[in-house]
Design a protein around this ligand. Sequence first.
Ligand code: HEC
Ligand code: HEC
Length: 409
Amino acid sequence: MRERRMQGAHVVALAAASLVSLALSSCVAPDDPRLVDARAFRDDARVRRAALERSIAGHDTPYAALREAHYALSGALSGALSGSEALDPAADWDLLPELTPRVREVFVDGRSGEAAPIAQTDLASLPQVLAAGEQAFDRYPAQLDLSLARIRTRADAERAGLHVEESGRIRGLVEAETASGWVRALSCSGCHGRFDGASFRLAIPNEHLAIGDPSWPLGTVDVTDDGLDDPMRPSDLRPIALEARLHHTGNLENGRVERMVRIETLLVTQQRERFRPSRALVAAIALYLESLADTLPELDDTSPGAALFERECARCHALPGLAGAWVDVAEVGTDPVATTVGGQRGTGGYRAPSLRGVLDRRGLFHDGSAADVRAVLRLEPSGHEGHPFGLGLTVAERELLLDYLRGAP
Ligand code: HEC
Ligand code: HEC
């Protein structure tokens, strides 16, 4: 009896204590939803699996089928799939060993930088997470490529389209430590990084990229092994959170955790399905990229070009991101090969990419076939095919469109 009363008192005390902490916690800003999502991605296979399934709802492609067969299968078991489906645990990429190799920088005089680990993150504070994500974007060995071993001199680096800094460091090229020694790889910024004459800008496509097959146009690379010769331009990742779909072909739905899944599975397939990356780092890269939307030029909705844009372009490049989900390739009229249905990412169409920041890009469309936005609007002669939009406007009106797209820095 006495004991029970004690218990009762205890419960009351606990309740009072939790009331106090409730009151206290409501004064403290709640944890940033970006970090909450990042931790859920890191810790919960059901969250990963649900994001994967959401992301492929748009289009069924071989790209999607591979991921459906291997990604976060235990999350599928407790969720969408019923337990009756037999799953081969060896097929679950979640069970791969996690690996974050040490890396070093590469210099044109043959020197290698100091070997150093890639900074980790515990996903606790947003500034630390964004800094870790930025660093990993620039240093993580994303694409191992044997041909990179041939790069010895400044001329070799420049021929491959890689930027050489004053120190002699080749930007976007790293060496990663593996069981069989140091191997070369491109980091994300080797493909998604641009030297604009003054500074190296992360996440903007590298229009000089010339690795792989010499027949590929500058600034493109074939990232799918589906037998189609379809080199594509790396995307501008600054507006990634504003895109209506992911990939040029729009085969994936977009979303925060969906982007984390996209990056994790990229790295798993790059490692030939033998290792998986640190999920915390993947989440950090994704949140870093998401944060770059804030660095894009602001658009002025009251400028004369805004009304023209609304009339001629916004039905596909919808406000506010100036992005759209999917347009039949027959309507847009650009080269259809990369979106051949049955190809790894083919959907028979292309997404309308976000035009926020488009003036910073060179080599436009999925295949880099238009030199820049002036070429797209036929303000300069251009050899590209398709995208016959806005061409009924006068030259002066097209210049106004351009002013609108340039925005204010
Ligand atoms: C070898 C060059 C190369 C490297 C290295 C590379 N990418 Fe890409 N990336 C591409 C190409 C090409 C595309 C366009 C593919 C498509 O749309 O189908 C792309 C597309 C993407 C997309 C989809 C963008 C969108 O708008 O839908 C994301 C996200 C992305 N890359 C992130 C990364 C990250 C993160 C890394 C480093 C871990 C990385 N990439 C490394 C070439 C590269
Ligand atoms: C019918 C839909 C549609 C309309 C209308 C349209 N676009 Fe597009 N736009 C697209 C699609 C789809 C792509 C991607 C094509 C590809 O990658 O092959 C694209 C790509 C672009 C690109 C290249 C961006 C990049 O990063 O590669 C620019 C620039 C562009 N559009 C500008 C405009 C402007 C300006 C207008 C209005 C005058 C306009 N578009 C109207 C569908 C449209």
